[in-house]
Each structure stands twice: as structure tokens, then as C-alpha cells.
Design a protein around this ligand. Structure first.
Ligand code: 13P
Ligand code: SF4
Length: 321
């Protein structure tokens, strides 16, 4: 017997189909490219031209010849695209979709922090505001942080911000001290080994894979640590069949698509901190994506002197990685 959806399911499928068709038409009319992060909802990933991690999306924004960039991600991502493309129209489905990690590093405080370590090289994670980028020497992402820190002479002090977990991970990998800003991502910092251990014990043979924004206690037990693209590639190439995935669960959509025969188990969250999804990423709905293209707003614009100052360390990152 064929399964029959409810009237609500049918109406919602029709609505999705209409929105997708209209978005495809708008894309052609506007000469637009849609970039989306792996943490966005599946229907947004499906309509995007490129789905990627922060580095891949920044590279795509740098090299595109489209007239319009529609960025389904969090604010710093759209802002970075705009910094790289002052002459293009950069749109976001929701310009209130901020990254709390980026917002946890106010520029005045960061300047004072820097002033306590004169002469230090300042490396900032791309999950930071344009103001913090403008205060930095080099930007990095989770996929190139190690490579970038490796290129800094051994006798040079390094300030790393705003994510203390990624900074700590790089320090341990390279056996190198860095001065860390104490920011963290509420999604990744909520995972703890004590909770995840039960899942690992219940699935003998499963591999634990984790994003470097997770805490040290978890990363020490992980079979593989990597950026969202790194995790996807690892799961695809590994001979393993079952993976416990410690990152935002939006990534499971692409993981399952790339490796349909494998099993992916989202790592459980810490019961006292009931967040494992990035609510900001989920603000990018298909409706808002469509609406921003129709209205050509909200537009992401960065004031020119700030843009130029923030551009320098981003270009340095792109050269060094
Ligand atoms: P990636 O660059 O690994 O995709 O990470 C972005 C991010 O915001 C992780 O929380
Ligand atoms: Fe920011 Fe964390 Fe969301 Fe990534 S998952 S965008 S770091 S809040």
C-alpha cells in the first residue's frame, strides 16, 4: 500500500516546491550564487550552489563571478563575503543570525587584551566580528588553524581568539604555547566526555569524530578531530561503518547523503546544558531565503575603512592556506 501524507504534509511539500522553483528563477535573473553552511536546514542546503565549511565558503565568496551572493549562514560569514566583495550585493536570509562565539569578544576588551602582550602575532578565528578581524594579523578557520600557526616563527608570541577550545587543540597538537581569549561556542562546549562515553560504550567499533570547538576532555578521546569538511571527508573515506558525531547535527544530512550505507549517531548533549543545535544557523529558513532575494534585503555592508582593515588578515589567511 502506498503511504499517503496528511493534508498538511501535502500543502507543505507544494509550498517547498514553489519556493524552490521561484528561488531557482530568481537566481538566474539576479545572477546570484547561494552559499550555505552544513549546519543550515536540509531544504536550504538542497537549494544552495555551494555547501561548505567556513574556509570553502570564504574561498567561494572570493572567487565567484556572480553579481549577488546570498549567504545562508551566520552573520560573520555574510560579513566576510561582503569584506571580500565590496562591489557585490551580499544578502542574508536573516541578518539577526549572529554567532554567539563571535559576539563574545568585544573589541574594546580585545584591544586591552592585546595591549598586555605587545609584539604578539594576533591570530583570530574566522568566527569573529569585522572589528576583531581588523585588530588581527591573520584569520584562520578550523580547517587551517594548525597550518597557519605552524608558519609563525617559534620565538614569536601568539594571541589566539576568540575560541579557547580550538586554540587549546592547536596548542596541544603543535606543543606550542599561545595566549588564549576565553571564548567558546555554546553548541560545542556543551558536549562532555562523561555523557558521550555511555554512547561510545554502547556502540563498540563506532568511531568518535569531533569538531575542534569541543572541549579538551572530549577531543582527547576522539578518533578524529576536524572542521565540518574534515569530518565529512573522514567519515566518507574511513573503512568504519558507525560514527558518533560531536558537532552541530545539521552536518548529518550531508554525511548521510555522501555515505548512505553508514550509520551516524549524533553525540548526546550534556543534560544540564540543553543545546546541541545552533539556533542561529536554523534561522535561515527557505521562506526567508526566498524573501531576501525578492526584497534584495537584508544587505550586508561593512563600512569602508573597517572593511579594508579586516580584509588584510583574511587575505593573509587565504595566501597561507
Ligand atoms: P567549520 O569551518 O568547521 O565549518 O566551522 C564553522 C562553525 O561555526 C563551527 O561551529
Ligand atoms: Fe557560532 Fe557555534 Fe553556531 Fe558555529 S555552531 S555558528 S560557532 S554558535
Amino acid at each position: 500500500m502506498t503511504a499517503v501524507g496528511t493534508q498538511d504534509d501535502i500543502s507543505s511539500n507544494v509550498r517547498v516546491k514553489e519556493l524552490v522553483e521561484s528561488i531557482e528563477e530568481l537566481k538566474k535573473e539576479m545572477r546570484a550564487i547561494i552559499l550555505a553552511h552544513y549546519y543550515t536546514v536540509p531544504e536550504v542546503q538542497d537549494v544552495a550552489d555551494i555547501v561548505g565549511d567556513s574556509l570553502a565558503l570564504a574561498r567561494a565568496a572570493e572567487s565567484t563571478d556572480a553579481d549577488v551572493i546570498v549567504f545562508a549562514g551566520v552573520y560573520f560569514m555574510g560579513e566576510t563575503a561582503s569584506i571580500l566583495n565590496p562591489d557585490k550585493l551580499v544578502l542574508m536570509p536573516d541578518d539577526h543570525a549572529g554567532c554567539p562565539l563571535a559576539d563574545s569578544c568585544p573589541v574594546e576588551e580585545f584591544r586591552k587584551f592585546k595591549a598586555r602582550h605587545p609584539g604578539a602575532e594576533v591570530i583570530s578565528y574566522i568566527n569573529s566580528t569585522a572589528e576583531i578581524k581588523a585588530e588581527s594579523d591573520i584569520i584562520c578557520t578550523s580547517s587551517n588553524a594548525e597550518r597557519i600557526v605552524r608558519q609563525i616563527p617559534e620565538d614569536k608570541e601568539i594571541i589566539f581568539g576568540p575560541d579557547r577550545n580550538l586554540g587549546g587543540y592547536v596548542m596541544r597538537k603543535l606543543s606550542r604555547e599561545m595566549i588564549l581569549w576565553q571564548g567558546y561556542c555554546y553548541v560545542h562546549d556543551a558536549f562532555s566526555w562523561d555523557v558521550i562515553k555511555e554512547t561510545v560504550d554502547a556502540h563498540p567499533g563506532a568511531e568518535l569524530i569531533a569538531h575542534p570547538e569541543c572541549r579538551e576532555d572530549l577531543l582527547r578521546h576522539a578518533d578524529f578531530v576536524g572542521s565540518t569538511s574534515g569530518l565529512l571527508n573522514y567519515a566518507e573515506k574511513s573503512s568504519g561503518n558507525t560514527f558518533i558525531v560531536a558537532t552541530e547535527p545539521g552536518i548529518l544530512y550531508e554525511m548521510q547523503k555522501r555515505s548512505p550505507g553508514k550509520t551516524f549517531i549524533p553525540a548526546p548533549k550534556n543534560a544540564s546544558q540543553p543545546w546541541s543545535t545552533c539556533t542561529q544557523m536554523k534561522q535561515n529558513t527557505l521562506e526567508k531565503l526566498h524573501e531576501c532575494m525578492v526584497k534584495r534585503a537584508p544587505r550586508i555592508v561593512v563600512e569602508e575603512s573597517l572593511r579594508r582593515a579586516a580584509l588584510k588578515p583574511i587575505l593573509r589567511m587565504l595566501e597561507m592556506s
